[in-house]
Design a protein around this ligand. Structure first.
Ligand SMILES: [Zn+2]
Length: 274
């Protein structure tokens, strides 16, 4: 069954000069029941630890969110009948064959990229597991372009995202099925589902490479979606439901579970151009 975030379970924290409403975690236990509400989410934390399994001193969520335990019935093998496209390469995907297990070591993409435009700056650190055959530099560029897209969380100058190799408010982690499953524990993702744990959006390379059938050949669209969705959790957003057949799917809908008649949509603010 779909999970919903209970209203009133949010909390407010200070981020820079502003307050951000944080909907408490909608994480589920392996039994499918709601986890205990948390008191803060990723933006409260500025963890420098590569490990996402332990709560930070500022109280970031100990219970990861996943999309979702119930989604294990999605096809585990997707038809991919050709090699990587230029769009795949632009997302760091160099092969459509998924590496099941990397080295287990998360490597921070080095360097710093300033945030474009105006608005409050959120620092993002991008980490890629070594040995999974992904072009980490291209992946990082895709991540930042997505977050700063006018249709993304940074639309309208409300937020803007800078990349750092150091301490960050949000971590974006791309890891193999095996490692992502470990990072997302205690939730069971089977390596096929992404999650948000603490201040980290943990993306499984399984979906990053293969996407989901509902997006057809638009793997880029799914990549925009899963990144925006998990970072959305780190920004404090909870799940939303499909409003009805033919409606545009909210980015915070668990689209990996199926679109429920909604139209696929990768963006927090679809249609926005500024
Ligand atoms: Zn989610």
């Amino acid at each position: 069954m779909p999970r919903t975030c209970a209203p009133g379970s949010g909390s407010r924290i200070a981020l820079a000069a502003a307050s951000v409403l944080l909907v408490a975690g909608c994480g589920v236990t392996t039994s499918g029941t709601a986890a205990a509400p948390s008191t803060s989410a990723g933006l409260a934390a500025s963890s420098s630890s590569p490990s996402s399994s332990s709560p930070s001193s500022s109280g970031s969520l100990a219970i990861p969110e996943t999309d979702d335990v119930e989604t294990v019935d999605v096809p585990s093998v997707l038809a991919v009948d050709s090699g990587p496209t230029p769009a795949d390469f632009a997302a760091g995907v160099r092969s459509l064959k998924v590496v099941q297990t990397g080295t287990g070591r998360l490597v921070v993409v080095p360097g710093a990229v300033a945030a474009p435009g105006r608005g409050r700056v959120v620092k993002v650190r991008v980490e890629v597991e070594a040995g999974i055959g992904v072009d980490a530099t291209a992946f990082a560029a895709f991540v930042m372009a997505t977050l700063n897209d006018p249709r993304g969380w940074g639309h309208g100058g409300t937020l803007r995202f800078a990349r750092t190799g150091g301490a960050a408010q949000i971590r974006v982690v791309l890891a193999s099925p095996t490692t992502s499953a470990r990072l997302c524990r205690p939730l069971q993702t089977f390596g096929k589902l992404s999650c948000r744990t603490g201040n980290a959006a943990v993306l499984t390379s399984y979906r990053w490479v293969k996407a989901i059938p509902e997006y057809g050949s638009d793997r880029t669209g799914y990549r925009h979606y899963v990144l925006s969705h998990e970072v959305g959790h780190a920004l404090g957003h909870g799940h939303r439901q499909c409003a009805g057949r033919g409606a545009v799917a909210p980015v915070m809908m668990q689209q990996t579970k199926g679109l429920k008649g909604c139209l696929p949509n990768p963006w927090p603010y679809p249609g926005r151009t500024v």
